[in-house]
Design a binder for this molecule. Structure first.
Ligand SMILES: Cc1cc2nc3c(=O)[nH]c(=O)nc-3n(C[C@H](O)[C@H](O)[C@H](O)COP(=O)(O)O)c2cc1C
Length: 337
């Protein structure tokens, strides 16, 4: 493959990373050599929900992990520099590749799930996870400089669910936040290639004990997918988890994002699905509460749930060509599509 082909392949994979509200807050530049630069697209930051850009950087971190994995799947050893230029805070990372080493079996498996992994929204089947799944997820987080805390104790799990409920209750009453959410929640039949499409969330919440409410993507329109399973069947909340880092600088957010994508892909390889809840992390007082009460002082970034379920969600992405530019091309600084 030529350097140009490698870059195009890598970006075509990276765009499938998860991002908050599917904002896809990234763009990529390459100069024809063995290096790709990943920039945060600040025009796609959630100005109200994410004033510091933490969720934007987590999203870019997830794209960065996907770049590294794509290079590994081609048999290259990625060399990564995170936030390499203090004068360019939007330059999230530069990744180059010179040395070669064949991908191992697990890297190949992770790579095989990049295009098919989907965020789950709702309850899970009651069956237990395959053995060793949680241990694999914890290892995944640690390998990327983050930690995954399993919130197993009933009391702590209820506290976590209450935090998500409290946040969701508050967010649904905040007009500014609702207007921002509306920008990223297109109506059925929309041709948008970003945002959260109606094909990716359930029309009705599935109640579980304890209850971790999802975001109100439908905003009262009744949009969403009909339930797959009869309402009478037993549905579970899944295993609740908290993703944390020991510090809270932009570099830690990028690490959290890399950990997130490694965790999500590992879960997918294990045959499990994951639900993401960032509602309580968008309210500073609740984030601080989770840090002190459930995070042992480490900084929380996401509440996650994992379980088994049949997934039917369909999501969307922008074309890789809309986010990849030659180095120095001034369109790289503008938001397209
Ligand atoms: C930082 C971050 C926060 C997220 N928060 C939520 C959330 O609160 N609720 C939710 O349903 N999905 C959440 N997501 C998942 C995104 O909505 C999802 O990645 C995006 O819509 C693309 O869909 P996909 O993951 O199925 O490819 C979050 C993702 C990231 C990276």
């Amino acid at each position: 493959m030529t350097a140009e082909e490698i870059v195009r392949y890598v970006v075509s994979r990276a765009v499938w990373a998860p991002s908050v509200h599917n904002t896809q807050p990234w763009r990529f530049t390459a100069d024809g050599g063995s290096q790709i630069s990943l920039y945060a697209d600040a025009a796609r930051r959630l100005a109200v929900a994410d004033p510091d850009g933490r969720e934007m950087m987590i999203s870019c971190g997830a794209a960065l992990f996907t770049i590294r994995l794509a290079l590994r799947s081609l048999g290259y050893i990625p060399e990564t520099r995170i936030l390499p230029d203090p004068a360019q805070p939007d330059l999230v990372a530069q990744v180059s590749w010179y040395e070669r080493a064949a991908a191992d079996e697990f890297e190949r498996q992770l790579s095989g799930h990049v295009l098919t992994r989907r965020t789950h929204r709702g309850a899970f089947d009651p069956e237990p996870l395959p053995p060793d799944t949680l241990a694999a997820l914890r290892t995944a987080a640690a390998r990327e400089g983050a930690a995954l805390r399993i919130v197993a104790d009933d009391g702590r799990r209820a506290t976590l669910a209450t935090a998500v409920q409290t946040a969701e209750y508050q967010l649904r009453r905040d007009g500014e936040r609702l207007r921002e959410l509306a920008r990223w929640t297109p109506a059925p039949g929309s041709a948008h290639c970003d945002g959260v499409p109606v094909t990716s969330y359930p029309a009705r919440a599935e109640h579980t004990q304890p209850f971790f409410p999802g975001r109100d993507f439908a905003r009262g329109h009744g949009w969403g997918m009909p339930p797959l399973s009869p309402a009478t069947s037993h549905r579970a909340a899944g295993v609740a988890l908290l993703l944390t880092t020991t510090a809270d600088r932009p570099a830690d957010w990028v690490h959290a994002g890399q950990a997130l994508q490694r965790i999500l892909l590992t879960a997918s390889v294990c045959g499990a699905a994951m639900a993401l809840h960032s509602q309580p992390l968008e309210l500073p007082w609740l984030r601080e509460f989770l840090r002190t009460q459930l995070g042992d002082g480490a900084y929380p970034h996401l509440v996650l749930r994992i379980g088994l379920v049949t997934q039917v969600a369909v999501t969307v992405r922008r074309d890789p060509g809309a986010v990849l530019f030659p180095t120095g091309d001034d369109r790289a600084g503008r938001t397209l599509g």
